[in-house]
Design a protein around this ligand. Sequence first.
Ligand SMILES: [Zn+2]
Length: 140
Amino acid sequence: MNFRYRLMQFMSGRYGTDETFFVIFIIAVILSALNIFLRFVSLGLYAVIQLIVYALIIFAIFRVFSRNTEKRRKENYWVREKLGFLKRKKDFHDQKKADVMHIYKKCPACKAVLRLPRRIGVHTTVCPKCGKEFTVKVKK
Ligand SMILES: [Zn+2]
């Protein structure tokens, strides 16, 4: 029986690595790097951060070997959702900046963001979401 087969047998039914594993790993690396400098600033804080790093590493390893795959999957979904949310927000911001043909205005009644053609002057527009009419000033 070779090592790879034994490892596969050991890992069967266990969770393994996922995005959350790498996120925890990266956080641990960043904190460790930070601690190189903190050591000279505050030994108390250094000890606390070092404990957090150990706790993160233990938690990451515990997740890899965990048999409670359902719970691990839910954790990973939560992490992905958080990371995905940040990414989407940035994409929308970039899109707004690149879009010179339109302006983005918030409806004063329902706060929905409306995309309107960039025509200089004062216009009245009707919110497609709540039907409220409001004026929009476009300077440039
Ligand atoms: Zn509205």
